[in-house]
Design a binder for this molecule. Structure first.
Ligand code: SAM
Length: 178
């Protein structure tokens, strides 16, 4: 009688979560071109990443050499190779949609509930290869201006922290606007 309320699923897994409870948050993946060295950008990223539960898993792709197109293609191949099978590929891209923070938090909730790991792809100085943009499930812009890729890592971490605050109803995010 209580099978559904105790969380049994079709496979009889009694560890499955109960309806109305939150799934255990998965570690977000950040797959980014370039090695972030000690400095203000690394400090910014660390400041917000340390507040994320669980903290993101970062995979750094070495910067490629060659013409701009070759660099994009080589880095793009490496970025895509690092994507896990269950990942939602989210390209950080100037031409993408620009959700507000609440909509971004709602996206993360949906992916978590679907058991999919959000994987954020950040390009290098030459940007993301068209193959990455074509593969991406979502393309998200942090506004229409171009930001340095190491700063984008910190900005993304801040938005992930803000999304966590929104989802937990934490006062860090003040939704009210005049
Ligand atoms: C220096 S930018 C590359 C600029 C390149 N000309 C382009 O148009 O993508 C390096 C990376 O940072 C990310 N990025 C920079 N500005 C962004 C923005 N406003 N929104 C989302 N991602 C951005 C993208 O992943 C980009 O590939």
């Amino acid at each position: 009688m209580h099978a559904s309320s105790t969380g049994s699923n079709a496979c009889g897994d009694r560890r499955a979560r109960r309806p109305g409870t939150r799934p255990t948050p998965r570690a977000t993946r950040i797959i980014a071109v370039g090695r972030l060295k000690a400095g203000p950008e690394a400090a910014l990223y660390a400041h917000y990443a340390a507040r994320l539960r669980p903290p993101p898993e970062v995979t750094e792709i070495p910067e490629a050499r060659g013409s701009a197109a070759e660099v994009r293609r080589r880095e793009g191949t490496a970025l895509l190779a690092a994507l896990p099978a269950d990942g939602v590929a989210v390209a950080l891209d100037l031409g993408g949609e620009a959700p507000d923070s609440e909509a971004f938090a709602a996206m993360l909730t949906r992916w978590e509930e679907a058991g999919r790991t959000p994987c954020f792809l950040i390009g290098g100085a030459e940007g993301l290869d068209p193959s990455v943009l074509a593969r991406a499930d979502r393309r998200i812009a942090l506004g229409p201006m171009t930001w340095p890729h190491f700063l984008v890592r910190g900005m993304l971490a801040e938005q992930l922290y803000r999304a966590q605050a929104i989802r937990q109803n934490h006062p860090y995010h003040r939704a009210w606007r005049p």
